[in-house]
Design a protein. Structure first.
Length: 394
């Protein structure tokens, strides 16, 4: 008996028990559905199914492994087909799938290792201590997070900041600590430490406490802090996610993502959607382009990104030597608490959640641009209650 079961924990979720009369979805099925919804959100954002290519980031490669297993198991297809509005299981996306039915355990493990990190980070151990088994059981004992919708924007924000370089991943090093509001990658899932109970002395004489840890697949676990530490040490592909670091927004030397002359633009939607019409003076889209803003918005009425409606340009700011991705990600972090939560139907009748729209007064956006120029933007965040920029809590 090896550690193969432990390394295949997520994939083992895709084994649906036989349904019985009066049956309701089990916790395992809810986790499968939550995992599939993560893949669907990825497709909505990027317009393609997740791929395995080595140049793809860790999130996309993990989604690709998960989707392969879903497609390969009839039980999962039966469970998820009614939810598959994008054709991931049967359609154009599914036609692109690589067959995995014949994949043996070694090949599956190799695929998982490739998605989770460099191959040298994966090593099978054939013997587990009782302490390790308790940790594994505690980590695996997750429940559906009933208020995950409140945390989902945070996960999306962190993923965007990882993609843009505002955040980075680092090994969970020796003597590392765990605190509330920190982020980690464990067993291929992003984990957020949402809360901590009162400290107490463990049997080993160390300080310990119960944590509430939210995972990116919509589950949560009420595990001990020392158990999380041991799990992070044991999972050699685990990572600590750093705090946001804007890095240089302006430079005298050009990089691939820099543009010599750029424009920050602020748009207002002319959509007749009831909520948008009621709050039109507050709802703004913020972006950065190296070309003409007019060309960027020429197709707005056919693009869900622009709420499928015409837009008007209400402000532009010219800057030179901008790292576009970092600047856009920085705007999105500052105004994340006021991100517009709105679902519209695209041209094909599919639900879409447009990003980059915020409930923020134009005067505050003006102030944020000034803070970009003087470098103080990284120290503030938007407070929706007061409609002001306030000092960011470290």
């Amino acid at each position: 008996m090896t550690d193969l079961d432990e390394l295949r924990t997520e994939l083992d979720e895709f084994a649906q028990p036989e349904k019985k009369k009066g049956y309701s979805a089990s916790a395992r099925e809810e986790r499968i559905i939550a995992g599939f919804e993560e893949i669907q959100r990825f497709v909505e954002q990027h317009g393609h199914a997740p791929q395995h290519d080595e140049d793809r980031d860790i999130f996309e490669r993990l989604y690709a492994v998960r989707l392969d297993r879903i497609r390969a198991l009839e039980e999962c297809r039966t469970l998820l087909t009614p939810l598959d509005h994008q054709g991931l299981l049967s359609g154009d996306y599914a036609a692109e799938a690589e067959p995995v039915e014949a994949m043996d355990d070694d090949a599956l493990l190799e695929e998982l290792a490739g998605a989770a990190g460099p191959p040298e980070l994966t090593e099978l151990r054939h013997v587990r201590s009782s302490a390790e088994k308790r940790v594994a059981e505690e980590i695996a004992n997750r429940e559906k997070s009933e208020d995950f919708e409140a945390f989902k924007p945070l996960f999306e924000q962190v993923e965007n900041e990882l993609r843009s370089g505002l955040r980075k991943t680092r090994p969970f090093g020796k003597n590392a600590t765990i605190e509330v509001s920190q982020w980690f990658i464990l067993d291929g899932q992003t984990a957020y430490v949402a809360d901590e109970g009162e400290e107490f002395d463990s049997p080993q004489g160390k300080k310990d406490a119960r944590l509430r840890v939210i995972f990116s697949n919509g589950t949560e676990s009420n595990l001990l802090r020392l158990s999380l530490v041991r799990a992070l040490y044991k999972d050699e592909a685990s990572r600590r996610i750093t705090e946001p670091d804007a890095g240089p927004l302006f430079s005298e030397t050009w990089e691939d993502d820099d543009i010599e002359s750029g424009t920050i633009y602020v748009l207002r939607s002319l959509s007749e959607h009831p909520f948008v019409a009621e709050h039109r003076e507050l709802i703004h889209k913020i972006g950065v382009t190296g070309g003409k803003v007019e060309a960027r918005i020429a197709n707005a009425t056919h693009d869900a990104t622009y709420l499928l409606a015409d837009v008007e340009v209400v402000a532009t700011y010219k800057l030179a030597g901008i790292n576009r991705r970092k600047l856009e990600a920085l705007f999105h972090r500052v105004f994340a608490p006021a991100q517009l939560e709105l679902t519209i139907q695209d041209r094909f009748g599919h639900p879409v959640k447009p990003r980059e729209w915020f409930l923020v007064p134009l005067s505050v956006i003006d102030e944020s641009v000034d803070r970009i120029k003087d470098g103080s933007i990284t120290r503030v965040v938007y407070d929706p209650e007061s409609a002001r920029l306030s000092k960011r809590q470290e």
